[in-house]
Design a binder for this molecule. Structure first.
Ligand SMILES: *Cc1c(COP(=O)(O)O)cnc(C)c1O
Ligand SMILES: [Zn+2]
Length: 406
């Protein structure tokens, strides 16, 4: 573990109380400041004795290995998606498939660090509000750690696979009468009253773990920096984590340029993309967010301001895609590449396609799309957009008849 401190991202004040989630002085978002002076003496190869995964990058993480709670997260494949790249007109297209994490989304990267931190602090109850994947992940990691877990879900809007996971791992699943933003407000209230340790991404230790997706991408590309990284933006912590990881790699001298960070939101839940379109550094919340991509169905993103900073500072971009474009991209990943990702994840590829068509992305760019979660999380969406099973008699002739059809 490297030395570190928690500071206010807005006013810079140092924050010592590990149970507050915003700056006691100004109410700003918190962030972890790492002391990377030891890492600056190392080379990327020095980390390669440890398998690819979150904990390969322990020198960049703010928790002690003695408290580590791990289910071997990270180490996901980076595919050079040639056929998809040809279809969208960007040959150098890559997909980092986060659906192959232990609970099927990138949230495991943040949770392994966040729950390790909870254990370090001796927390008795951990909790989070969630559109689904955060709760699935926290439920698994708190099981592994032996800590009680409560998850706050917006009633009726959680994909079936995610709900199943939270229940399966034995979390107290609270179905809140409201949307994600309402569920988060309640979970934050509980945390402010010190009744639980909050593991939403407003907790600055979560993005620390999520930095590892960027570290892995660089490792997998042998530290040749891609021109652009595209990812879906919901509560906006992941794009911030990727940005922070870029900054830290630059600080230690392992990379010399930073990719253009490009955030994609669903049209019905796009406060960050709207703010970008107006060149603003802050956003207006969207009161009734709506999209088929439930993981990014968020109207008031906690880290929205950080996301905008990340985008402007890297000369990146933000754009919206429609639900129809999301489903088309999900199908393209399946048909061309044999990959099954959940709708929110397909938003990154939908964004690649749209921004290429609009001329924002050049055909010669090297672009990594982060596909954040597994398609099996949301089987209803897949079944609704696929062909139906075909009734077939128990005979060779009938099978042949059906195979001959188009
Ligand atoms: C959480 C999540 C997102 C959004 O990430 P943020 O950090 O909230 O922007 C996107 N896709 C999937 C699958 C997720 O679970
Ligand atoms: Zn402050």
């Amino acid at each position: 573990m490297a030395a570190h401190k928690v500071v206010c991202w807005e006013c810079g004040a140092e924050v010592d109380d590990p149970f507050v989630n915003t700056c006691p002085k100004c109410g700003g978002l918190l962030t972890v400041k790492m002391d990377l002076s030891k890492v600056a003496e190392m080379k990327p190869e020095d980390l390669r004795k440890t398998p690819l995964g979150v904990w390969r990058y322990a020198p960049f993480l703010p928790v002690d290995l003695a408290h580590r709670v791990s289910i071997q997260e990270g180490g996901t494949p980076l595919y050079h998606v040639n056929d998809l790249g040809t279809a969208v007109g960007v040959k150098g297209s890559f997909v980092k498939f986060e659906g192959l994490n232990p609970t099927g989304s990138f949230k495991d990267r943040g949770m392994t660090v966040g729950v390790s931190r909870a254990k370090e602090l001796g927390a008795k109850i951990v909790g989070c509000a969630s559109t689904g994947n955060t709760s699935a992940s926290l439920a698994a990691y708190s099981s592994k750690a032996g800590i009680k877990c409560a998850v706050f879900l917006p009633s009726g809007h959680v994909a079936m696979g995610k709900l199943a996971q939270a229940l399966f791992f034995g979390a107290k699943v609270l179905s809140i009468d409201g949307n994600f933003d309402d569920a988060l407000a309640l979970a934050r209230k509980m945390a402010d009253e010190r009744k639980l340790y909050l593991l939403n991404s407003i907790n600055p230790y979560r993005p620390e773990g999520q930095k590892s997706v960027l570290f892995e991408i660089m490792d997998q590309l042998s530290y040749t920096v891609p021109d652009r990284i595209i990812l879906p933006v919901g509560n906006a912590a992941n794009i911030w984590a990727v940005y922070k990881a870029c900054q830290e790699l630059k600080e230690v001298g392992w990379i010399d340029k930073i990719p253009m960070l490009t955030g994609i939101q669903a049209e019905g839940a796009a406060p960050v993309a709207h703010a970008f379109a107006q060149h603003r550094i802050d956003f207006d919340p969207v009161p009734d967010p709506e999209t088929i991509a439930t993981a990014i169905r968020i109207g008031n993103p906690v880290s929205g301001k950080k996301a905008l900073h990340a985008i402007y500072d890297t000369h990146g971009y933000a754009a919206t895609v429609t639900d129809a474009e999301i489903i088309a991209a999900q199908q393209l990943l399946g048909r061309k590449e044999g990959l099954c990702v959940e709708p929110a994840s397909a938003a990154s590829v939908a964004g690649l396609k749209k921004l290429r068509a609009d001329g924002i992305i050049d055909r010669d760019e090297k672009v990594v799309c982060i596909c954040t979660g597994n398609g099996l999380k949301d089987p209803d969406t897949i079944i609704a957009n696929s062909a139906k099973p075909i009734p077939c008699k128990n005979s060779v002739e009938d099978v042949e008849r059906i195979l001959a059809m188009d």
